[in-house]
Design a protein around this ligand. Structure first.
Ligand code: FEO
Ligand code: CA
Ligand code: CA
Ligand code: CA
Length: 711
């Protein structure tokens, strides 16, 4: 299944210097923003344990589990299926299965490769659903990159699609209306790469038109799509009444407890409640009430002249968010003062939120939810508690940053009236915001930094959700509630959160309730002056990342009204995958035999199929192959058997995976983004061949025999 490949030169995390520059403002080349002195809780416990050196690992597990069990006894306990059981999570006595793959993953795995195309399993077909620049709104012209204008781009599909979701078409749109549309595709557009968008682009001197095109190419797109039952092809339906573009200048309403805060007021918006645009929308989520969430990630890179900020407190908050000095990468501050920190000090506080879009109402004002905190939001995939509260898990994608959850105060209504919809659209306005603190259960000296499993056979332990704020109440000493929401990273530092290896997408399994956290990589883990390996982040100079699995130990307590500080709910965790080349002894695949798994590096976005298999896309493969999409069973005899489903073209990242019964969709983001590439000297000719612009696009893949995916 595997074929050794020469290692390609790349920047830390496996990406090209060009991707680092345009996507995240060279985050990995700047100082790690988290310089807080949080101690990993596991170290405290492990030190105490190693003093009692006669304790065997088994006894340690027993002690921790017993304490946990006591804490969750009673009606609040999680369903048994959600618990993280001890051992390898196979039914008793069940051996790993060497024959057929798990249902849903029965395809011939794609070998790692560097082909400039989307490589899919034998017997699968594919088509490009929509490309950057295709017209979606009425009146938008056909794509002509040599005559592109901001006005044209505002009616066309944006650049660098990342998150993807498909929703049923609202009756208002109706099948047959506008080209037989049957679903609604919502995608976001994380960032622009001007060097691949404009011939002869001069990064020092962008023109106003180029800058305005880039504003219009950011944001989100809503576009109706029509599927062909016979072939599996999926096509965009232009000019559908629900089609919409949201850009870097679309008005957003600020909601939640920090709306109107003095920290959010600007000269254009003295009330602090209306922001123009959304930036760097990375992954996202689909809510049970039929809206779409999207995370504003590396927003820091769009703001210029932090070095001129003299107030030390302000300078410290900018630093903690990675806002560095000098001109911005795209020089937008030359064309709009709000991107100049010396002119509009608070504009930067108006980005870094989770946004919510109602795709069924093209006239609705999208929202920025302050109750979910401000950081480099990767994604936000909600689940409902048994009694209907919305729980949103969120990662802050930065080396040594944290993961969070939000629990809504109100519960979701199941009705379909306009009143019910209004109610559900306010669910994320109020609730409790928590950050995760993890403890390992193995002695610290068993975590050798190379990925060797500790004596108890697992990287595992327990965790607590530390409450940061709830509505207008702060639980963080020295910070008001509005400060907790706007400067969430600083609040989490004070709360003693656990420093993780770039927490990206986090999703609960709809089958088991267990939650999966993709931790992409962290080449600084264990470097001089930085946090060392711990049981949840066990490798030094971690190039390949890991996937953590956790189970809540009970339902979230109701809002803390009347209590000083709400309780810290508990969870149990363990590493499900320690990624890399299976021949590397420091890898782990849920205990599955390593000779039967696909190599995987830098897990990023996650989703589930109808069978409960976890699907992972990668960002920055460090094994010399192009990025890809992988499926893996999380339970049963094949738990941990990673199987590669596709690879993407040169320079690209696999994003937005979506697995339906008959189709798999991926975002092919930043194809051709290779150092030295330009419009004149492209590094990729995907998707349209030589002589055409390389274009980020959405791709659909399906079994050609009309069967279900992976059957
Ligand atoms: Fe935009 Fe964390 O990836
Ligand atoms: Ca352990
Ligand atoms: Ca991502
Ligand atoms: Ca990523």
């Amino acid at each position: 299944m595997r074929k050794p490949l020469p290692l390609l030169t790349s920047h830390p995390g496996g990406r090209s210097a060009m991707t680092c520059r345009y996507r995240c403002g060279d985050a990995c080349f700047h100082e790690v923003p988290n310089t807080s002195a949080n101690e990993y809780a596991g170290e405290v416990i492990a030190r105490a344990l190693s003093r009692r050196s006669v304790l065997r690992a088994g006894a340690v597990v027993g002690a921790v589990t017993a304490a946990g069990a006591g804490a969750v006894a009673g009606p609040g306990a999680a369903p048994a299926s959600a618990a993280v059981p001890a051992g390898k999570d196979r039914r008793h006595g069940e051996a790993p299965t060497h024959g057929k793959a798990a249902k849903g993953l029965r395809f011939t795995p794609v070998a790692p490769n560097t082909a400039d195309e989307v490589t899919v399993p034998e017997g699968y077909g594919q088509n490009v659903v929509i490309r950057w620049g295709e017209p979606i709104l009425r009146g938008a012209p056909a794509f002509d990159p040599t005559r592109q204008s901001a006005e044209a781009q505002a009616g066309q599909f944006g650049y660098n699609n990342d998150f993807l979701t498909l929703l049923p078409l609202h009756p208002r749109g109706g099948r047959g209306h506008g080209g037989g549309a049957d679903q609604l595709l919502v995608a976001n557009h994380e960032y622009t790469n001007e060097e691949l968008m404009f011939a002869g682009y001069d990064p020092e001197k962008p023109t106003r038109e180029q800058v305005e095109i880039a504003w219009a190419a950011h944001g989100l797109s809503v576009v109706a799509v029509a599927g062909q039952r016979r072939t599996g092809t999926l096509r965009a339906v232009p000019r559908h009444p629900l089609n919409r573009r949201i850009t870097a200048t679309t008005p957003f309403e600020v909601t939640g407890p920090a709306a109107g805060s003095r920290l959010l007021r600007t000269s254009a918006d003295p009330r602090g409640r209306r922001v123009l645009g959304t930036l760097n929308n990375c992954s996202g989520g689909t809510t049970p009430w039929g809206t779409v969430l999207s995370g504003e990630e590396n927003f820091n890179q769009y703001f210029a002249h932090a070095e001129k900020v003299t107030d030390p407190q302000r300078a410290a908050t900018l630093k903690r968010y990675g806002v560095v000095g000098g001109a911005s990468q795209r020089r937008w501050e030359r064309f709009d003062d709000r991107f100049d920190l010396t002119k509009e000090p608070n504009e930067v506080h108006r980005f870094g939120w989770v946004v919510e879009v109602d795709p069924y109402d093209p006239d609705s004002t999208p929202r920025k939810h302050t109750a979910l905190g401000r950081f480099k939001h990767e994604a936000a995939q909600p689940r409902l508690t048994r009694d209907g509260h919305a729980v949103v898990y969120m990662g802050d994608d930065e080396r040594f940053d944290y993961f969070y959850k939000f629990v809504s105060k109100k519960t979701m209504r199941r009705g379909r009236s306009a009143e019910d919809r209004r109610h559900n659209l306010s669910l994320l306005d109020e609730g409790t915001l928590y950050v995760a603190r993890l403890s390992g259960n193995s002695p610290a000296d068993e975590i050798d930094g190379k990925g060797t499993l500790p004596e108890d056979g697992e990287f595992d332990g327990t965790g607590r959700w530390i409450p940061l704020a709830e509505g207008d109440r702060s639980f963080v000493g020295g910070m008001s509630a509005e400060e907790v929401y706007v400067f969430t990273r600083l609040a989490a530092d004070k709360a003693g959160a656990t420093k993780m290896d770039r927490p990206e997408d986090i999703e609960p399994s709809p089958r088991t309730g267990r939650v999966y956290v993709a931790l992409t990589n962290n080449t600084d883990r264990g470097a001089a002056g930085k946090a060392g390996p711990d049981e949840a982040n066990p490798r030094r100079a971690n190039k390949h990342g890991q996937v953590l699995e956790f189970a809540e130990r009970g339902d979230d307590p109701p809002p803390a009204s009347g209590r000083e500080v709400p309780p810290s709910p508990r969870f149990s965790w363990r590493l499900f995958l320690v990624c890399g080349d299976p021949e590397d002894p420091g890898t782990y695949f849920g205990g599955f035999p390593k000779d039967e798994v696909s190599p995987i590096s830098c897990p990023d976005n996650v989703t589930f199929d109808a069978y409960g298999n976890l699907w992972l896309s990668t960002d920055g493969n460090e094994l010399g192959s192009h990025d890809g999409l992988f499926g893996v069973a999380t339970a049963g005899g094949r738990r941990g058997q990673v199987r590669q489903f596709l690879t993407v073209p040169t320079g690209a990242e696999t994003c937005g995976p979506l697995v339906q019964d008959r189709r798999v969709l991926v975002s092919v983001q930043h194809p051709g983004e290779v150092d030295g590439a330009s419009v004149e000297k492209p590094a990729s000719t995907w998707p349209d061949g030589p002589g055409k612009y390389v274009r980020p696009s959405v791709v659909a893949v399906w079994p050609e025999d009309g069967s279900d995916v992976g059957r």
